[in-house]
Design a binder for this molecule. Structure first.
Ligand code: ADP
Ligand code: MG
Ligand code: MG
Length: 198
């Protein structure tokens, strides 16, 4: 990937998180502690601040650097989990991946997040978006379809009962609200899909 392409990816990710920070905060206020918007914004602005240096690296090294920066800056439960996602992608991806390599790497990265979070899809977390995105990629779907699948998957967390993270403390009362991390994941997926295809 050209350095300018990776810079555009970082900008698109940081822009969508900034544009939706209040929404992410409101989602986390309903069934968490209300910091997810700020956590993600802090992390992605820290990544944006080093975009040029990251973009000068190979794709695997750039993704590893993004993941490391997110671990250091996002905080909360989601920081280590998003950090693990990007670091695992960096570890698994070749420098110039095709769709098959991307699909395989995302599968491994989801396994890494799942191990780190001791969590599975179906528990009302970011994994409930990542897993359908993996499946859409594996099925050869176009970027716009993958972004739509991610949005639907985030919507589908509304009726779920949270079994991991702070929202799980609410038990049945977590039902009826979208998971904040699922929403931020869907935003990132759309930003990547639109940047790569747009
Ligand atoms: P905190 O809950 O520590 O305040 P954030 O608000 O930044 O952290 O992030 C909360 C999000 O992290 C949740 O909405 C959920 O998507 C995700 N999350 C929390 N715990 C887990 C877990 N064990 N596995 C996967 N995702 C998780
Ligand atoms: Mg929170
Ligand atoms: Mg918190």
């Amino acid at each position: 990937m050209a350095a300018s392409d990776f810079s555009r990816l970082i900008a698109a990710a940081a822009d969508t998180i900034a544009a939706h920070a209040e929404e992410l905060t409101a989602l986390d206020q309903a069934i968490g502690d209300g910091d997810h918007g700020l956590n993600m914004q802090r992390g992605f602005e820290a990544v944006r601040a080093e975009a040029d240096a990251f973009a000068a690296k190979s794709l695997p090294d750039a993704l590893t650097a993004v993941g490391t920066k997110l671990v250091m800056t996002v905080g909360g439960a989601s920081g280590p989990l998003f950090g693990t996602l990007f670091m695992a992608l960096g570890r698994e991806l070749p420098p110039a991946p095709d769709r098959a390599a991307l699909t395989a790497a995302l599968g491994k990265a989801i396994e890494a997040v799942s191990a780190r979070g001791k969590s599975q899809p179906g528990q009302k977390t970011m994994l409930d978006v990542l897993q359908p995105v993996y499946e859409a990629l594996a099925q050869g779907k176009a970027g716009t379809e993958i972004a739509e699948a991610a949005d639907r998957a985030a919507d589908a967390t509304v009726p779920m009962k949270a079994l991991r993270g702070r929202a799980s403390f609410l038990g049945e009362r977590s039902i009826g609200h979208m998971d904040a991390g699922a929403r931020s994941t869907a935003l990132l997926v759309r930003a990547v899909a639109e940047t790569v295809e747009g």
